[in-house]
Design a protein. Structure first.
Length: 448
């Protein structure tokens, strides 16, 4: 095979030369093998990108916390002003609820005796006040009975006065009738005397009877007036008695109410003293929960502490660990409550394949239980992850202490690997659903 080489660029010698040696040149075998392998690799990569599934995910970092506030860090505070006498624990000690932690004492060694003396004095005063209140209450009851009896007696006297008025009225009516009769008799006697049928003596006797009738009439009127006046007096006495008893009863009731108020005040003072005494008696402070003593914050004997100042820090045993992860603000809208999460804990050996969670080793499953409504001030959104009940249990508390760092991957949709590569190359966000969460096809049709 002859090869013809032409040189056209040279301005003088423009000739053609035949080079037979070029026909002996061949491609090296290793190069051909490499080319075939490269082509197969490209074909394999294309098939892999087309057929291999990839689980889209959103990564975040965080730590283990306690979702229950009672399981979080707690400070054991001084119940009163005083000093630490003796610690019964050291930093790192495991304690159970009710275990003795520290002995505490007040500045005044005789404070309990003084408080007990004050309490006895209050009890005596309370007893006297109760007796006074009882007597006043009985006095109110007695006044009520006396008022009832007095009113009944007054009513009886009024009834008698009314009866006297009626009797006087009847006497007056008889006197009026008698006066009229005697007047008629006088007129009749005078008429008879004028005709000579009777004597002067008869007329004089008739006049005498009439005068007596008039006197009797005047006396009857006076008796009626006296009976009416007595009735009015009895009625006035009845009203006065009722008013006096009402005033006395109201005064007694006010005194009884004041006595009850004094009892309530003394009871409040007694309760406050009992609280103070109970605090003073709490010189042995015990652990409020099962946990570990993290820090001792007070020195025995030398340091004067005020009530409420911390003595120690207790880390309760966390039987329900939760992981909080901080997610990028660009990814937070894609996360929903109930999404699955894969977690890798610090100090626990693991091999994580984010896109293929099924082949990961040493990771644990979780579920999103909360997505914060706002960021933490730095553009990060917090999510809370709880254990997935359908997955393997999380490590024990020995490994999942509060504050242990954790890496998490929120699992989204499964897509072809080529799509994920294309998405990453273009910087697009993951795809969580065909439509916006919370909107179905019906909503889209309504919009159209």
């Amino acid at each position: 095979m002859n090869y013809l080489v032409e040189y056209h660029d040279h301005p003088v010698n423009k000739h053609r030369y035949h080079l037979p040696i070029l026909g002996t040149v061949r491609t090296a075998r290793p190069a051909r093998v490499a080319a075939w392998l490269l082509g197969l690799a490209i074909l394999f990569i294309v098939l892999a990108l087309t057929l291999t599934p990839w689980v889209q995910n959103i990564s975040g970092t965080g730590r283990v916390i306690a979702v229950n506030p009672n399981d979080r860090e707690q400070r054991i505070a001084a119940p009163l002003e005083g000093r630490v006498v003796k610690w019964h624990v050291v930093e790192g000690s495991k304690v159970k609820k009710g275990d003795l932690v520290v002995e505490f004492s007040d500045n005044d060694p005789q404070i309990i005796e003084r408080l007990n003396a004050q309490r006895d004095a209050l009890l005596n005063r309370l007893e006297q006040q109760k007796n006074r209140a009882t007597n006043l209450s009985q006095g109110v009851v007695g006044l009520g009975g006396s008022r009832r009896n007095a009113l009944e007696a007054g009513i009886a006297r009024i009834d008698m006065a009314k009866e006297n008025v009626r009797a006087a009225q009847r006497v007056l009516d008889a006197a009026v009738a008698n006066e009229k009769t005697t007047q008629l008799n006088i007129d009749r006697q005078r008429a008879l005397m004028a005709r000579g049928l009777t004597s002067q003596r008869s007329v004089e006797l008739a006049e005498l009877d009439h005068n007596r009738a008039i006197a009797e009439l005047d006396r009857s009127k006076a008796q009626l007036t006296s009976a009416q006046a007595e009735l009015l007096a009895r009625q006035a006495d009845q009203q006065r008695i009722e008013t006096d008893f009402k005033t006395s009863i109201e005064n007694a009731q006010g005194s009884a109410a004041s006595a009850q108020g004094d009892i309530a005040t003394t009871m409040a003072e007694l309760h406050r003293l009992d609280v103070q005494l109970a605090r003073q008696q709490q010189q042995k402070i015990v652990a409020p929960r099962d946990g570990t003593i993290f820090r001792l914050l007070a020195q025995p004997g030398s340091e004067l502490l005020k009530a409420g100042e911390p003595l120690a820090v207790l880390i309760p045993d966390n039987n329900n660990p939760t992981v909080e992860l901080l997610m990028n603000g660009n990814d937070a809208p894609l996360i929903q409550v109930g999404d699955k999460v894969r977690l890798q804990f610090e100090g626990w050996p693991a091999i994580q394949f984010a896109g293929w969670p099924s082949v990961a080793v040493g990771t644990f499953g979780g579920e999103v239980m909360l997505v914060d409504a706002t960021d933490n001030g730095a553009g990060k959104f917090r999510i809370m992850v709880q254990p997935d009940p359908k997955d393997e249990k999380w490590p024990s508390q020995q490994y999942l202490r509060q504050g242990v760092r954790a890496n998490g991957w929120v699992l989204l949709r499964t897509v072809p690997l080529w799509f994920e590569v294309w998405r990453q190359f273009n910087g697009f966000p993951p795809v969580t659903a065909a439509t916006e969460p919370g909107k179905g096809e019906g909503d889209e049709k309504k919009k159209k």
